[in-house]
Design a binder for this molecule. Structure first.
Ligand code: AMP
Length: 209
C-alpha cells in the first residue's frame, strides 16, 4: 500500500503516521523528520533548509523533491509531510509514474485552528528518536524524559505562537488545490482528526482497509 498522510501542522499526522506504519507494516517516510535530521547534522542540505524551517515557511520545492526522489521506491510506504502543495503533488506523480506505480490513498486529517494551537504549543518531542508528546493528553511517564529512549524532551523551535500562525497560513494557502488534485483522482479520504488519538487511528485504518 502507498499512502499519503496530510494535514495542518498539529493535525496529529506525525503520531498517526507512527501508529499506522507499525500496524500496516509500511515504511514511514517523514519529510519533516528527515529535514530536522539534516539540520542537526549540519549537512549542506541542513544549512540550506534551516532558516525556512525556523520561520515556518516551506523549503523550496527543488530541495525537497530531491529528498523524496532519493527515499521513494515502488514498494509500500506511508508518506508524512509530502506533498504540501500542488507543484509537489505533480512532482510526486511524475516520480511514481517513472517507477510504474502510484498512490492508493491521500488521507486528509482535518482539524480546526484552536485545536492546532493547543496541540502545538503543548507538544514536546524527543530530539533523539522523534517520539511526540503532549503535556496534557499524551505526557511522558517521567516529566521531560522520552519513554522510548530516555533522552531529554524539547520544544520544537517552530512550535511557538507566531511561527504556528505562519505555518497555519502556509497550510491554508496551499491546501485547497492540493485536495482538489487528489479528489479528481479519486484518492481523497477525509478524516475528522479532533479528539482521541486511538479513535482517530481506528477511523483511518477502517477507511484504508
Ligand atoms: P513538519 O515536521 O511536517 O511539520 O515539517 C516541519 C518543517 O519542515 C515545515 O514547516 C517546512 O519548513 C519543512 N517541510 C516539511 N515538509 C515539507 C514539504 N513537503 N515542502 C517544503 N517544506 C517542508
Amino acid at each position: 500500500m502507498r499512502v499519503i498522510l496530510y494535514g495542518a501542522p498539529g493535525s496529529g499526522k506525525g503520531t498517526q503516521a507512527v501508529m499506522l506504519a507499525q500496524s500496516l507494516d509500511l515504511r514511514k517516510i517523514s519529510l519533516g523528520d528527515i529535514l530536522r535530521e539534516e539540520v542537526k547534522k549540519e549537512s549542506s542540505l541542513g544549512q540550506e533548509v534551516k532558516s525556512y524551517m525556523e520561520k515556518g515557511l516551506l523549503v523550496p520545492d527543488e530541495l525537497v523533491s530531491r529528498v523524496i526522489e532519493e527515499n521513494i521506491d515502488s514498494t509500500g510506504f506511508l508518506l508524512d509531510g509530502y506533498p504540501r502543495n500542488l507543484a509537489q503533488a505533480k512532482k510526486l506523480e511524475e516520480i511514481l509514474t517513472k517507477k510504474s506505480t502510484g498512490i492508493d490513498a491521500f488521507v486528509y486529517l482535518f482539524v480546526d485552528e484552536d485545536t492546532i494551537v493547543d496541540r502545538l504549543t503543548k507538544r514536546r518531542i524527543c530530539p533523539s528518536c522523534s517520539e511526540n508528546y503532549h503535556l496534557e493528553n499524551m505526557p511522558p511517564k517521567k516529566e521531560g524524559v522520552c519513554d522510548s529512549c530516555s533522552a531529554e524532551l524539547i520544544q520544537r523551535k517552530d512550535d511557538t505562537a507566531d511561527v504556528i500562525k505562519k505555518r497555519w497560513e502556509v497550510f491554508s494557502e496551499a491546501s485547497e488545490e492540493l485536495l482538489d488534485f487528489y479528489k479528481q483522482r479519486n484518492k481523497l479520504i477525509e478524516v475528522d482528526a479532533r479528539g482521541d488519538k486511538d479513535e482517530i487511528f481506528e477511523k483511518i485504518k477502517k477507511t484504508l482497509q
